[in-house]
Each structure stands twice: as C-alpha cells, then as structure tokens.
Design a binder for this molecule. Sequence first.
Ligand code: ZN
Length: 328
Amino acid sequence: MIEDNDEIAELRANLDRSSHATCEWKVDNDCVACRFQDYQRECINALNQKVLKRSEIADVMALIGVFAPFIPTSRMTNVFGKMLDHLLTSIKFPAPDIDDLAVMKAHRLNGERDEACETIRSLDRKKRIMIETLMEKLPMKSDKTISEGTFVTNYVSPLLYGTLALDDGRVQIYFPNTECQTQKQQGIKADRPDILIRIRGQEAVFGEVTGPAQAGHTAKNAWDLFRLARFGKAFLDNGNSVAPLLQVVYNNGTFMRLTIKTRGMFILEEIGAFEVPTKVAGIPALAATLPTLLAARDDVQQILDGDMNGLKRSWGYGDVRDAKKRIA
Ligand SMILES: [Zn+2]
C-alpha cells in the first residue's frame, strides 16, 4: 500500500493544476486527456481510501500526471477500455549493425578467449570492446550471489559504454549514488539514480538497476519505475521534449521514453527490451536485442544535437497554461 510521503504530498499540491483547456488529443473523437483525468480521479480516491498498491505502479504514476499504458492496471482498463490499444504504439528500430554470427561463433569458443576475440574483429571498435569485456568479466554459469555493485560494474556498465558513451566526453556515463541535481534545483524531493548520463554536462538520461538479490522484488522494481518517471519529469520540466529512461532488473533491460502530451499529462512509453547477459552464453541474446540500445543511443545523439529541446521551456508544467496563452 502507498502511504503518504514526500512524493505524494508533491502530487497532492499539483492535482488541481492538471486540467487542460482544450481537448486536442483525440482517439475516435474521445479526448485522451479527459479520460486520463477520470482515471486520475479513480487513483486519487484509491489513495484516499488507502487501497492504492505499489504493485499497480501505473496508478501511482497517474498521481504525478504520468500515463503508462504499457503496464495497464484494472483501474486503467476500466476507464480507458479499447482506447488503450490505440495508445500502444509500435516502435520501429534502427537496423542492428552488429554481426550476430560473429558473436555467436565467439561465444561457442568456450574458454578460448583469444580465438573468440579474433572472430569479432569485424565489429566496430566500441562494440568489440564491449563483447570482449563481457567475455572477460562474465562467468560461464550465472552467479546470483554477486552484489549489486559488481553487477553494475561488470555486467551493466560495459553495455552502456559500448553503446551510449562518446569518446569526446560530450556524453558521460555515471553510476553516481548521489542526489539528482535537476530535482534539487527544482526544489522537489531529490532521489539518487543508479545510472546517470550527462550530455554536455547536463543530467539527461536516468536509469535504475536491480541486481540478482532483489530481482524478484516486484514492489521495489515497481517503485524504481515510479522514481524514473520523476527523474524524467524533472528533465522535461527543464525544457526538454523527450526524456529517455533505462531500467535494468537483473538480465532484463528496458528502454523507455517520457514525453509531455498536454498540460499536466506525460506519457511513458516502453520502446523496447534488451538482454543484460549474466553469463557468457547470454552474449548472443544481447546482440539480438542491441537495436533497443541503439534506439537509446539515437535519443542521446538527438539530445546532443539539440533536437530534443525544441520547446525551450523554462517553466514547469504548472505554468504551461500561461505558456499556451502566450503561444496562442
Ligand atoms: Zn479533454
């Protein structure tokens, strides 16, 4: 169950701001934002009656204005019905530019690491380093006794460096365990992201990681998703139009995007999954799901190019009404 806490207090303060002036986002002549408000009301009632559950995290996210149709709850399906299907978009991935076959061959050479490295020579330098690092660090059999720290350093970090980092330092990857500066500057409760990617020095991509010990802890992982939504909102409130988000729960990686749809309403979309190999034999599964990470890399590149902050908003979403007046 959800108890009142700082986030909830924050959301209660924001609730009355979330009504929209005009119905512009329609599916079959029905306003999605109006439906979202009905849904929000149901979630607020559940909160007031102390029956809102952490396991139904989409309902909790609705309280902070985030709509996550890819993880429907019974409350959500009751309100949205068939409209939900229309809201789940299918995403086109960039073509994978990795030689799957070479990776397969490499991992078959159990223990013969030098020969394995020879077979992946055709890959570009960063992906080759990524595969070589994984072959060096990963065990032959999954070891669930490793700490979350080891998991982040040896398993997660090579994936992010191999796909998202840039050599020139404009994109930097951190595993900081320090408070989110963006949230701090905005005067809201600051959480500590497990993954932080700075683009030109600015906090831009946030990630949460769960190691093997807590992988089956559904409520913890659901709450991590809620925290990710809060990080994403803080990034959007700083004038950006898309917030890329990463969640890793042991071998399951997910790449998501948070965008602002209309006043007081954000939409969280799941872009795709990627495999975090936990043993050498898991490396080909990573190769097969690499397009997800390449999609994340494209987002990073677009933020770097300045394409993702076209809105140039310097106001928080509570002030968007005034902004709309100005635009109109
Ligand atoms: Zn409406």
